[in-house]
Design a protein around this ligand. Structure first.
Ligand code: BGC
Length: 376
């Protein structure tokens, strides 16, 4: 009987691979579709790319900001839920919001007083976070229309986004060509792959700013997190790193064992009023490594984060206060979601003891982050 339900499928692209799929899985095909999401004020189209795998898992990315707009993942009963915050329409993304799902560049997180010196020359950036520069300045990569295209490949649904940042944009040197590829595999992995080239030396720190809530509703205080990080980079009251790298042991930042976000979050007073810290990933060497595991006990959904980056910013949505209405008209309250932004350490350009973020002409920047989803 079982043989009747199971069918052996031989992948044509790779004759050596034999996969066993259920009949319902075989009925669905991995697909990528594009449609128009909205129009910019100047009439330019913003496209929506819908990546769907054989299980029905879906990732939606818009070309405005190369933004992850939706991510529909099954729970332990195979019920799909959207696990990222965002908006139903372009108007929401064009309005004020804290970087929901966007591709962040040219420099993720903060640069102190928007200043750095490179090869003997001082650069001054646009300031947009008090006296500091945050997430690339006033019009970071998350506020640009990228060129999007469908990429065909076996058992993976992909879309590629490209953007050319001009010399001097937001104060950064060099013309920088950036590519971000989102790929959804049949194993419910979302791979985000970045490459970049420049014609002048420039600081570069790219990340994705998705706000995750694996329950698809409520807050993330009962989500359980584990981080592969024994150390973090302390910050001053304006959230600029002091330059130290200190152990997490004995602090509420110790996530070396799985711990609920809400268990110790009350210990933060002032700024940050919750988690907003860069963790130093253990043994980072530019190769893909395990960084984090986030689990929602209620839905059974789990997300693992793997990255080539040396750091991850855990941000627990401290500045969300219910004033932003997102998808389905839901008002996003404090701790409605959390971010795990794989990155180089904040303000690296001003801390020679942090791993370098300088990209030089002739070198190709490469970064990969994989989000691996499952439910049990
Ligand atoms: C930063 C926070 C900031 C948030 C949204 C995070 O990456 O660490 O301080 O409030 O982004 O802007």
């Amino acid at each position: 009987m079982r043989a009747a339900i199971l069918t052996v499928a031989i992948s044509c692209a790779n004759i050596g691979t034999i996969r066993i799929l259920s009949r319902s899985q075989l009925l669905k095909e991995t697909s990528v579709e594009s449609s128009i999401f909205g129009k910019m004020g100047d009439g330019a189209d913003v496209e929506l790319f819908t990546l769907k795998n054989a299980r029905g898992t879906t990732a939606k990315i818009i070309s405005y900001g190369a933004t992850l707009q939706g991510l529909w993942m099954p729970d332990r009963t195979n019920k799909f839920g959207d696990v990222v915050l965002g908006f139903d329409d372009l108007k929401g993304y064009l309005g004020p919001h804290p970087y929901f799902g966007g591709t962040i560049g040219r420099f993720a997180n903060r640069i102190a007083r928007g200043k750095f010196t490179l090869d003997g020359r001082e650069y001054a950036l646009a300031l947009n976070d008090g006296a500091n520069t945050l997430h690339g300045g006033r019009q970071g990569f998350n506020r640009k229309v990228w060129k999007g295209e469908i990429v065909k490949g076996p058992r993976t649904a992909s879309a590629k986004f490209t953007y050319v940042s001009t010399d001097g944009e937001e104060g950064f040197p060099g013309t920088l060509a950036v590519t971000v590829v989102y790929a959804l595999t049949d194993e419910d992995e979302l791979k985000i792959d970045y490459t970049a080239r420049t014609d002048k030396a420039t600081p570069l720190n790219l990340t994705n700013h998705s706000y995750f809530n694996l329950a698809g509703k409520g807050d993330i205080l009962s989500h359980v997190l584990q981080l592969n990080a024994d150390q973090y980079t302390p910050v001053d009251p304006t959230l600029i790193p002091t330059g130290e790298i200190v152990p997490v042991k004995g602090t509420p930042l110790d996530f070396t064992q799985p711990t609920a976000i809400g268990a110790r979050i009350g210990q933060f007073a002032g700024n940050p009023s919750g988690y907003d810290h860069n963790f130093v990933l253990n043994d980072a060497n530019g190769q893909l490594k395990f960084a984090a595991r986030l689990r929602d006990p209620a839905s059974g959904r789990q997300m693992e984060v793997w990255t080539t980056e040396p750091g991850v910013q855990l941000y627990s949505g401290n500045f969300l206060d219910g004033t932003i209405q997102g998808k389905g008209g839901v008002a996003y309250q404090k701790h409605a979601a959390l971010c795990l932004e794989t990155q180089h350490y904040p303000d690296s350009v001003n801390h020679p003891n942090f791993p370098s973020t300088i990209l030089r002409p002739g070198s190709v920047f490469h970064q990969e982050t994989i989000l691996k989803f499952s439910a049990r």
